[in-house]
Design a protein around this ligand. Structure first.
Ligand SMILES: *Cc1c(COP(=O)(O)O)cnc(C)c1O
Length: 386
């Protein structure tokens, strides 16, 4: 019987046949750059840590099992993973990308990939006809769902059908939901991207990134690239992410429950003009998510009446921190127009509905009563001009 994901976060079934590493329950950190060879032409299975390290290999197997992939590769950050991913493409290739992506991905595509001769059509994959943008040189479709920060939802299975009809790769950045809530490979994606810095690591204490694939041919290309380009995750950071993943299930459950409570509370506030949370039944992507995900996540975006109110919130929060990033146990608020999305051109920000009164919240696992009490205090202080 296939094990449930909470169990797969903690145990790697293939390791259970024998007691290894002196019975160590926590996987050891192999802090080594290189490995002794028993004889000429022989190897312990490890030669040099840029190629592979046992701690990294263990983490990669865990992440591959969570995403139901054949292979996963761990990188020093999410952006390192995406940067290497782009090495699958050559000058003259064209990619269809969603217009509402993580700001760092947009910066990479605009300033690095474009310089390398790759071109892009940036479209709203939730609302536009994606197939109409396929050209002779199109090689891939690249999306996030739900998107960052506008929480648009794209139908992964539908995009996969388009990708298959035209021989394109479908690449899905699954950072926002984590494998606990969504498995794009099962819906037809070819490659899954993760910023392991977020829910997988889960504690805002390390950077990490992953590429996961269900295809042997892609795995082979990515393995060649990681050993050649050298951005593999260091052993200690691998261990931190392994430790984080053990509690992924209970962290996602709690933070998602909290997010729903906070979304409802925000929606009832008179100074809040809009709350975007796909867990709401009237969210345009709600039905698609019900089909393709096991939950709605713990990210929400809201708009207040004006910029001053937004800045007031950021200035007055104390337990909730004003910081970029997401997916950790701590609740964080970000201001996308100057932080994560500062490099996104103004007209695209406007088209996506991103304004200077938009805030994004990554809801953590604190007791939700304390989170709401903090927000209530902040809202009252702003109202009273304190
Ligand atoms: C943070 C993030 C990234 C980049 O990951 P880093 O680990 O910060 O390099 C990519 N995609 C999404 C959706 C993210 O949230």
């Amino acid at each position: 019987m296939e094990r449930e994901i909470e169990t797969k976060c903690i145990h790697l079934e293939e390791d259970e046949a024998s007691i290894q590493h002196f019975g160590s329950i926590s996987y050891p950190i192999y802090q080594t750059a290189t490995y002794a060879h028993p004889a000429v032409g022989q190897s312990t299975g490890f030669d040099y840590s840029r190629l592979q390290n046992p701690t990294r290999e263990h983490l990669e197997k865990v992440v591959a099992s969570l995403e139901n992939g054949v292979d996963a590769l761990a990188f020093s950050s999410g952006m390192a993973a995406i940067t290497m991913l782009m090495e699958l493409f050559a000058p003259g290739d064209h990619l269809i990308i969603d217009s509402d992506l993580y700001g760092g991905s947009i910066r990479l595509f605009d300033h690095v990939s474009t310089k390398n001769g790759i071109c892009f059509s940036r479209i709203d994959c939730a609302r536009e006809d994606v197939e109409a943008y396929v050209q002779d040189n199109t090689k891939a479709i690249y999306v996030e769902t739900p998107t960052n920060p506008m929480m648009n939802v794209v139908d992964i299975a539908e995009l996969s059908a388009i990708a298959k009809r035209h021989g394109l790769l479908l690449i899905v950045d699954n950072t926002f939901l984590s494998p606990y809530l969504q498995n794009p490979l099962d819906l037809g994606a070819d490659i899954v991207v993760h910023s392991g810095t977020k829910y997988l690591g889960g504690h805002n204490d390390t950077l990490a990134g992953f590429l996961v694939t269900g295809r042997e041919d892609i795995s082979e290309k990515l393995r060649f690239l990681i050993k050649t380009t050298g951005a593999g995750l260091a052993p200690f950071d691998c261990w931190l992410v392994l430790r984080g993943i053990k509690t992924l299930g209970i962290r996602m459950d709690r933070s998602q429950e909290n997010a729903m409570e906070i979304a409802k509370w925000l929606r009832a506030q008179k100074h809040v003009t809009k709350v975007i949370y796909p867990g709401f039944e009237d969210h345009p992507g709600h039905e698609i998510m019900k089909r393709q995900s096991r939950g709605y996540g713990a990210m929400l975006t809201f708009q207040v009446e004006n910029k001053d109110f937004a800045l007031g919130i950021l200035g007055k929060v104390r337990m909730i921190r004003f910081a970029e990033s997401l997916g950790g146990v701590e609740t964080l608020l970000t201001y996308p127009t100057t932080q994560t999305h500062a490099d996104v051109p103004k007209e695209i920000q406007e088209k996506n509905g991103l304004t200077d009164a938009t805030l994004r919240m990554s809801v953590g696992i604190e007791n939700v009563k304390d989170l709401i009490a903090e927000l209530d205090r902040v809202f009252h202080e702003i109202e009273n001009g304190q």
